[in-house]
Design a protein around this ligand. Sequence first.
Ligand SMILES: *Cc1c(COP(=O)(O)O)cnc(C)c1O
Length: 423
Amino acid sequence: MKYINTKAFAEEQDQNDPLSHFRSQFHFPVKADGSPKIYLCGNSLGLQPTQTSGYVQQELNDWAKFGVEGHTDAKTPWLTSHEDLAQPMAKIVGAKPEEVVIMNTLTVNLHLMMVSFYKPTQKKFKILIESDAFPSDKYAVESQLKFHNINPEDGLILWKPSEGEHLCRHEDFEELLETHKDEIALVMVGSTNYYSGQAFDLKRIAKRCQDENITVGFDLAHGAGNIQPNLHDIGADFAVWCTYKYLNSGPGSIGGCFVHEKHIQNQSINRFVGWWGHNKDSRFNMRVGFDPTPTADGWQLSNPPILSLAGTRSSLDLFEKAGFENLRRKSVKLTGFLEFLIDELNNTDISILTPRSPEERGCQLSIQMKNADRSLFDQLTAQGVVADWREPDVIRIAPAPLYNSFTDVYEFVQLLKLCLYGN
Ligand SMILES: *Cc1c(COP(=O)(O)O)cnc(C)c1O
């Protein structure tokens, strides 16, 4: 795609964008003068769809009207409310509906999955993760090691970028696996790294793990709604994600979880269980032994938070309307435009840490600003840009294809210029 560094070009792209009408279906935070801020932070918290309040209000009304009978009489009966979300969510992560369950939150699901899929033995007990994993993932993995009386110093293998680099090389992953294959019990990596924006080749990682008979799970926090990870086909054993970043379901909203179908009926896999994972037919007959639902639902513990499900339903309805492939097509163009404009600044202090190839990234670019400090970011914030700053000198910009425009991206770079060079 050929880009031009003008506002007219950005506006023309917006006019020709078949998804441009979705923008008006989101609430944008506004500046003091009432105009919308330039929101480029969907990697942290997605914006609120305007229709979400209606979805939530419906549940409140049904609760008011029916009380406990809302479980069966609500517009979306609460008893089965999560079930019809599995289908649209499965499309987003490339799974079969029976492999997907919407439950809990990300870190909780990660622990539940490790309870089932991290099976250390005397010899094979190590966990491999990427070195720049999100802190919560690292804490979760370390605490699982400790839970099995393994010192994280002995049990953790870090996949690191080479000296002086920011990205992890797959060759290094493969070398680590070759060296440690007899000791590794689990590989758990983020599908798209939260810091660098690097999207790993999940197929390549999964294949290598399968060749060595090593369990592999993915954290899709920055992947779900951003890239399509094809979980079923690549044969991931499990995956977990949140829905409040690119999936716009609301702060702290309910998470997602994938269990590959090859494991679902395997009764030898242990799990932590609760009543909501019990077969629906006899769930309310409280005197029988645990009989898991023969889908990923069998990993559920509790009855789900209906208000969070309402936010998730609203969001997934929008994704269904937009079509994930259309979103991804726009995303590649939009982020490519951002990359082009940053390159046009021709400033040797500014570099893009994220890979240059669209296949190796989602929508986020992590931009390193040498010799800058937080004051630059604070200036941008004062100008109405919502982005994310990571110490010491990285700004993360994530144009979300569902609601961001080419003009947003253009204006962001204009403001960056203003903050860097003055008028
Ligand atoms: C956002 C994020 C989390 C957040 O975890 P919660 O349990 O939803 O609070 C965890 N891991 C990664 C990689 C994330 O990006």
